[in-house]
Design a binder for this molecule. Sequence first.
Ligand SMILES: C[S@@+](CC[C@H](N)C(=O)[O-])C[C@H]1O[C@@H](n2cnc3c(N)ncnc32)[C@H](O)[C@@H]1O
Length: 229
Amino acid sequence: MTSENYYKRFKVVIGTPLWRLYLRWVYQKGIDDLEKLNLQPNFSKKDFTCLLCGVGNETTADEFIKFILKKNNNPRIIIIDIGKYQIEAVKKLVNDKYKTLRITIKQIDVLKLTTFIKEKSIDWIETDGFLEYFDKQSLNQLIDIWEKTLRLTGFITFRDCFNNNPIDRFIDKVRIQVAKKWLSVITYSHSKTEMADLYKLKGFRFITKPTIIPTFLRYTAVRNNPYKL
Ligand SMILES: C[S@@+](CC[C@H](N)C(=O)[O-])C[C@H]1O[C@@H](n2cnc3c(N)ncnc32)[C@H](O)[C@@H]1O
């Protein structure tokens, strides 16, 4: 029921052309950040592998696939979500539009990712509005799992809500209530400091920048020493 409510109701936001424009913008911004972090990913290599975590909707899958295809015409793409409706919609999209590509789609809890993804096998982990689904303890586990599965020269991009002051915390409270009542999902609030400490602890350097949505920040992260480990 949760997955159905989320999928059907949030489609009015993430099924729109505006959402597509937003995704194109944030994907490109995330890649641009890599230069500032001194990482030059080899997008065109044969086994370039990317993971879209908590896909949410087929529109997001479609934009992500299209973005990657501009950089590599035969990438490995893994798309996961815990929700049945999200995964069914993405399977249909891929079957209709991208049948010949190397795309794996799986309904799974991201915290069990290492049961089917090899360690240090992913070049790019991307997600949006996903970390808010995790409480403090499971957020720690999530970053651990990302760290385990990411290649040494890999990178992570995401956007999510992080608070920095009392106004942000109030906005977060409203957001959490809206998500609970409208989408039937339980979400959590995290601070910018908490996220910075977590990334540092797991050995990542990162850039964070605002988006047009209050408290919704973009993060791009790479390992501390990607070429030396
Ligand atoms: C806000 S949506 C993400 C939107 C999407 N990433 C985008 O860019 O459009 C969050 C998604 O994460 C999924 N999700 C939540 N917890 C998860 C978990 N533990 N493992 C995998 N997916 C999860 C939800 O089912 C939902 O579809």
